[in-house]
Design a protein around this ligand. Structure first.
Ligand code: SAM
Ligand code: SF4
Length: 337
């Protein structure tokens, strides 16, 4: 097999990064992500661990080099370490360059060592506040202490931790410097994410929660010297270095900026739907094609290639008219953030 990517979309972008949601379930109920009373999918709808292996292995065979496991909360999926351990063979062969996970951190105390043993080296932990009461409010069901212990366990196991914080107006604006200083002290990277118009907005005021990262960057500038870094990941993140501390801060700004032209990724849900763009509804249902084709992988490969051939140029999120335009109806926990 050659190293040349085989998945090239109509805009000449090589698709080398797959994000996979392994469950729609979660032990938290973050206000911007889920309703408190969620109905989760019946088990038979989900890809089994073996099917997840086959699906991911097929993508890796097609040139995917980076795999991020997400959810819902990936570490609450029963037996998930079997899947991580199965992916180790692709790291060993060199076909897969990075195996990583985005987690709320609640199960890290239990799994950090196993993740490291499976070949995971870097993880993202989502954490919006260091205040236990605010943490309980924003996650509804989470406990800050448990997450902080999980982060400690991850670092003791040798995992590099990046903190992802959703920027929420009137919620964690006042913690900008606390979070920044904490990450500097603990030598963890920090990325801020703009709140996106995902899921049923209902009575949640997503536009009112919107804290532009341009404003956040301006606030950081009042205390630090920011140097733009050239580093690009093909995603919507851009990075700066704070000269005073040397730390790296990321900004994920799918709304105020749009970096679709360098997009190298696709997302798969836990039911095997492939979303070619986070912000568009079009998807390809791969599960049944795989289930119906027995040991023959050719139909699945054809379906993946056909889906990539439909990857759109970009998304249409737009808050500029003071309403959440371009909103997609599914929750982030469905597509996997
Ligand atoms: N449960 C894991 C976690 O929280 O890290 C993984 C899945 S979660 C859906 C992935 C990321 O999406 C988290 O960092 C979360 O903060 C983010 N997220 C969820 N809903 C969002 C929204 N409406 N806007 C922006 N980010 C969101
Ligand atoms: Fe769960 Fe992550 Fe969504 Fe929070 S953001 S409810 S932790 S899936």
């Amino acid at each position: 097999m050659t190293d040349a990517p085989r998945l090239i979309d109509p805009f000449a972008r090589a698709i080398t990064y797959l994000r996979v949601s392994v469950t729609d379930r979660c032990d938290f109920r973050c206000v911007y992500c889920m309703a408190e009373n969620m109905t989760f999918l019946p088990k038979k709808e989900l890809l089994t661990l073996e099917e997840l292996d086959r699906m991911c292995s097929t993508f890796i065979g097609l040139g995917v080099q980076k795999l991020r496991i997400t959810g819902g909360e990936p570490l609450v999926r029963r037996g998930i370490m079997t899947f991580f351990n199965a992916m180790t063979r692709h790291l060993d062969s060199g076909a897969l360059k990075e195996l990583t996970v985005t987690t709320n951190g609640s199960q890290l105390a239990r799994y950090a060592g196993d993740l490291y043993a499976a070949g995971v080296r870097r993880i993202n932990v989502s954490l919006d506040t260091l205040d236990p009461d605010k943490f309980a409010r924003v996650t509804r069901w989470g406990k800050l202490d448990q997450v902080l212990k999980g982060i400690e366990a991850a670092r003791n196991a040798g995992l590099r931790v990046k903190i992802n914080a959703v920027a929420l107006k009137g919620f964690n604006e006042d913690e900008l410097f606390t979070l920044t200083q904490w990450c500097a002290r603990e030598d963890m990277d920090l990325t801020f994410i703009e709140v996106m118009p995902m899921g049923d907005l209902g009575n949640e005021d997503r536009v009112g929660q919107y804290w532009s990262l341009e404003d956040l960057r301006g606030d950081l500038r009042t205390r630090y010297t920011l140097t733009d870094l050239a580093e690009k990941t093909g995603g919507p993140a851009r990075y700066v270095r704070l000269e005073e501390t040397g730390q790296k801060i990321g900004f994920i700004t799918p709304l105020s900026h749009n970096f679709c032209e360098s997009c190298n990724r696709v997302r798969m849900t836990c039911t095997g739907e492939l979303f070619m763009c986070l912000g568009q509804e079009d998807n390809a249902s791969l599960r049944d094609i795989m289930r119906d084709s027995g040991d023959d992988n050719a139909p699945l490969i054809r379906a993946i290639e056909a889906a990539i051939a439909r990857k759109p140029k970009g998304h249409d999120f737009d808050y500029s008219r003071q309403k959440a335009d371009g909103q997609v109806s599914r929750h982030m926990s469905h597509t996997g953030g």
